[in-house]
Design a protein around this ligand. Structure first.
Ligand SMILES: [Zn+2]
Length: 113
């Protein structure tokens, strides 16, 4: 069986098998990573995986888990983040507007029924 050499920040070099390693390849290449539980200290070790590391781990028999980032997560947002007070104000506003919720409740498939 293939032995994979990796390093743990606490224990140094450790030997793993392909089933010990979790390889996650993301649609955004810079977010790809591999992870394993250190056999010595049992810490979860997670490191970035570039194309070379991905190819090396796959050739060693590590299974790939694909991770697709939804486009919405990569959108650029401008302006300040919504505060807790604004969210609370919105929730209180919704609570006082039964007609809006009643109108929305009668829609079917996005159109009024
Ligand atoms: Zn360790």
């Amino acid at each position: 069986m293939t032995t994979i050499k990796a390093s743990c920040a606490v224990c140094g070099d450790v030997s793993l098998t392909p089933t010990d390693v979790r390889l996650v390849v993301c649609s955004n290449e810079t977010w790809s990573y591999y992870a394993f539980t250190c056999p010595d200290c049992t810490d979860e070790v997670r490191k970035p995986a570039d194309e070379e590391i991905i190819a090396l781990l796959i050739s060693g028999g590590v299974n790939v888990q694909h991770w697709h980032i939804p486009a919405e997560a990569l959108e650029v947002h401008t302006g300040d983040a919504i505060s807790y007070d604004e969210l609370l104000d919105f929730a209180l506003w919704l609570d006082g507007h039964d007609q809006l919720t009643a109108a929305l409740a009668t829609t079917v498939g996005g159109a009024p029924s």
